[in-house]
Design a protein around this ligand. Structure first.
Ligand code: ADE
Length: 320
């Protein structure tokens, strides 16, 4: 593609309502890295009506990004605009598309990704449910949680995280958006320990090796995929519910690694004959029954996120 096409693409995404002036944004240190680009912490002036300066996260593409990668970031921008605001979703604050590198300005989550947070807040001596553990992810960006007075999370805290993420997913589905990659690594934790679903606007290239490739810490993304997504590339609200079961299992195990001794190749047969992960020692029966309904082989048997969040609210706050 020529220079002409990419500037045409960028122009086609221009939106005066959303464009933020580059002079009012200062970029800080790197807080995340993906296959496509980088996430930095930043400070934005007058991006919110209620405060003069706001700490934000800034998503960009690499300097040598292809026009396709730039367009993927712009597609993510339009999905985020379409989805709008919810407490349990990372929201868009603005963007810089004109006169320089394309940047998305999103809400900053001070405690970083949920998976690493859960691991940091494991109670001392917590026994992992029958799994060997991989080494710590050396590429993780340690957020500053020195002001976080909680040393370890209780089971109720974990169930509350399950509710936050289910409520975020209920909202996302109500906006006709399917996530396709729901996992604790894609959930962020913000002020007051509120979970926020992130990376829901990413265009997923299903031919890419991402799903089969091991992450730096040994986790394989296929382990969050439902059988029909894995084999027929059939992604739906129901495949998100399956991924949610794996996410809820990660939460209840304080960031455990799913199926540590099953290879990606053997996973389908393993699931097909009815194998699933075991009930974590601290997980109440009612919560595990809910998780089990979410990883039903038959899609139609899985609950909706409305039913999941109702169920969790009833467990936490009693029937109303
Ligand atoms: N890492 C990636 N995105 C982030 C965000 N919005 N806030 C904090 N850390 C992040």
């Amino acid at each position: 593609p020529t220079e002409g096409t990419i500037s045409t693409i960028i122009s086609s995404y221009y939106d005066d309502q959303c464009e933020f002036s580059r002079e009012n944004l200062s970029i800080g240190h790197l807080i995340g890295k993906g296959a496509f680009g980088f996430v930095y912490q930043g400070i934005a002036k007058n991006i919110k009506a209620e405060e003069k300066v706001t700490t934000v996260a800034v998503k960009t593409v690499r300097d040598d990004a292809t026009s396709e990668e730039i367009e993927n970031l712009l597609k993510e921008l339009s999905v985020m605009k379409m989805v709008g605001k919810h407490i349990n979703i990372i929201s868009l604050l603005g963007c810089c598309t004109q006169g320089g590198q394309v940047m998305l300005i999103v809400e900053y989550a001070k405690y970083g990704n949920l998976r690493d947070y859960l691991r940091r807040k494991r109670p001392p001596g917590h026994v992992l449910s029958g799994s060997f553990e991989q080494d710590e992810n050396d590429e993780s960006y340690k957020p500053d949680d020195s002001d976080d007075l909680i040393h370890s999370l209780s089971t109720i805290d974990l169930i509350l995280f399950c509710l936050h993420t289910a409520a975020g997913m209920e909202y996302l589905h109500s906006k006709k958006c399917i996530h396709r990659d729901l996992a604790a690594r894609n959930v962020l934790l913000a002020e007051n320990r509120v979970c926020k679903i992130a990376d829901f606007g990413l265009a997923r290239d299903l031919t890419q090796t991402y799903y089969y490739r091991k992450q730096t810490d040994g986790r394989v993304p296929v382990k969050w995929m439902s059988p029909e997504a894995l084999f027929d590339r059939k992604f739906s609200t129901k495949s998100d519910v399956w991924s949610y079961a794996i996410l809820a299992w990660e939460i209840m195990t304080y960031g455990g690694t799913p199926y540590p001794s099953t290879s990606a190749e053997k996973l389908f047969d393993y699931l097909k004959v009815g194998n699933r992960m075991a009930q974590p020692s601290n997980c109440p029966n009612e919560i595990f029954q809910l998780i089990e309904s979410c990883w039903a082989f038959k899609e139609t048997l899985r609950p909706t996120f409305t039913q999941i969040s109702e169920n969790l609210r009833r467990y936490l706050y009693g029937s109303s």
